[in-house]
Write a protein that binds this ligand. Structure first.
Ligand SMILES: Nc1ncnc2c1ncn2[C@@H]1O[C@H](COP(=O)(O)OP(=O)(O)OP(=O)(O)O)[C@@H](O)[C@H]1O
Ligand code: SF4
Ligand SMILES: [Mg+2]
Length: 403
């Protein structure tokens, strides 16, 4: 999709052919160790709160809701019929918090994030639901806005960065023109000098040589530089919500690490809400305040990052975490397991828990009733009838499968 007010085409994205979860994770011992070390620092506070296997989370009480997604259903029209990519999603984005969305390839993460800006492909149908955005003015239902109203919000209130920025810069204009165009599409009359001053500042925060980057064409920059430039650009209008859909997947592990560290620094220095989609659970553990686990078009668990990673209550979250080496565990404490089977075909209408065929905790009810997302603790929701049976990750009893 092209921002009609500018020469740029930031919202176009590459083919959707990403690997299943975990395929992007580092594969050398040193890389895994580096991630694990970083994670341990983040996790110390949660470990300190462990008491007899039960995690005491002190939920935030002063949260301000910035966006609320209510009962969202999105289907793609396909030759095979309606593909239900988002299948009844309810969740909220809070001021200045980071939410990581995790889940296997094809579970609907990108579709959900595109919907937040109504940027889904033409064959997408919004079957029901609302996306309420609490901007500075009165609240708006994003799904009811026309193109002109949406253009005002995109980039200035909500910005979106996809992986592989290589394809999103206009090759015939210099990077500085991208910054100027983007700002002027929203704030006419602002001088180029002022715009470039802010651009320089952001590029420097991303540890780039700002003057060199601004006077370059995109093809003169490396993949990592382009991605950092796009991240800087996504902040140029100080949006309230920034959405990163696998922002570093196409890059090598060291560049990924560098970019994520820079992102953390930017997050510490600026107020905005971040939604990050990543297949790398270690990255989400480091960055996120909250984690939303998606499965077959639904959010099946949502909660504070420490709850989800130490005491997941959905068998699928549990399986994802157990499939990552030592995401939260000490040396030698955890075994590595994988989730057998595959997700359902989203064309088929489910009349059972869609995870049931793969679930070690399934009971007869799971095969004839769809579980809804319920509060089980302050800020923690799960869609599972048997959530109390899911062991905590700290509990060694889950290391071996019982079968
Ligand atoms: N334009 C489209 N037309 C038809 N089906 C689509 C379209 N875009 C996505 N899908 C399908 O919708 C489902 C959800 O896709 P989506 O891209 O949202 O998943 P995802 O969780 O982001 O996956 P990945 O981790 O691979 O990026 C998948 O089954 C996908 O094949
Ligand atoms: S509802 Fe049943 S099948 Fe679904 S995740 Fe929970 S235990 Fe497993
Ligand atoms: Mg995706």
């Amino acid at each position: 999709m092209t921002d009609k007010n500018s020469n740029t085409n930031y919202y176009s994205r590459p083919g959707n052919n990403r690997d299943p979860i975990n395929n992007d994770r580092p594969d050398t011992a040193d890389e895994i160790k580096e991630q694990t070390e970083a994670q341990k620092v983040k996790s110390e506070s949660a470990v300190a709160d462990l008491d007899g296997g039960d995690l005491k989370i002190n939920p935030k009480t002063d949260r301000n809701k910035l966006m609320e997604v209510k009962n969202l259903h999105i289907a793609y029209n396909t030759d095979r019929g309606k593909l239900h990519a988002v299948n009844g999603v309810d969740f909220s984005i809070y001021n200045n918090e980071t939410t990581a969305v995790i889940g296997e390839s094809g579970c609907g993460k990108t579709t959900l994030c595109l919907a937040l800006l109504k940027l889904t492909e033409k064959n997408a149908r919004y079957l029901s639901g609302e996306i309420i955005y609490q901007g500075d003015e009165q609240e708006k239902n994003i799904l009811k806005l026309d193109e002109g109203e949406l253009r005002k919000l995109r980039w200035s209130d909500i910005s979106l960065v996809f992986q592989a920025s290589q394809s999103v810069f206009n090759p015939v204009i210099k990077i500085k023109e991208h910054f100027i165009d983007t700002v002027r599409a929203h704030q006419r009359g602002l001088s180029a000098k002022k715009i470039l001053k802010r651009a320089r500042n952001l590029l420097e925060q991303m540890q780039l040589d700002a003057d060199r980057v601004l006077s370059s064409y995109a093809h003169e920059l490396s993949g990592g530089m382009k991605q950092r430039t796009l991240i800087a650009l996504s902040f140029i209008l100080e949006p309230k919500i920034v959405i990163f859909d696998e922002p570093t997947t196409a890059l090598d592990v060291l560049t990924q690490r560098k970019i994520l560290d820079l992102l953390k620094t930017i997050k510490e220095k600026n107020d905005f809400s971040l939604i990050i989609i990543t297949h790398d659970l270690a990255i989400s553990a480091e960055l996120a305040d909250n984690v939303a686990t998606m499965y077959a078009g639904k959010i099946v668990e949502y909660g504070p990052v420490e709850s989800i990673y130490y005491q997941p209550r959905h068998p699928y979250s549990y399986g994802l975490i157990k499939a990552v080496p030592k995401i939260v565990a000490g040396e030698g404490e955890e075994g590595l397991t994988s989730i057998t089977g595959k997700p359902p075909d989203l064309i088929e209408i489910q009349e059972q828990c869609s995870f049931a065929p793969r679930c070690d905790f399934a009971s007869s009810k799971c095969y004839n009733t769809i579980p809804s997302l319920n509060n089980i603790a302050e800020g923690h929701q799960v869609a599972c009838f048997n959530y109390q049976e899911v062991p905590s990750i700290k509990d060694g009893s889950h290391v071996q499968n019982s079968d």
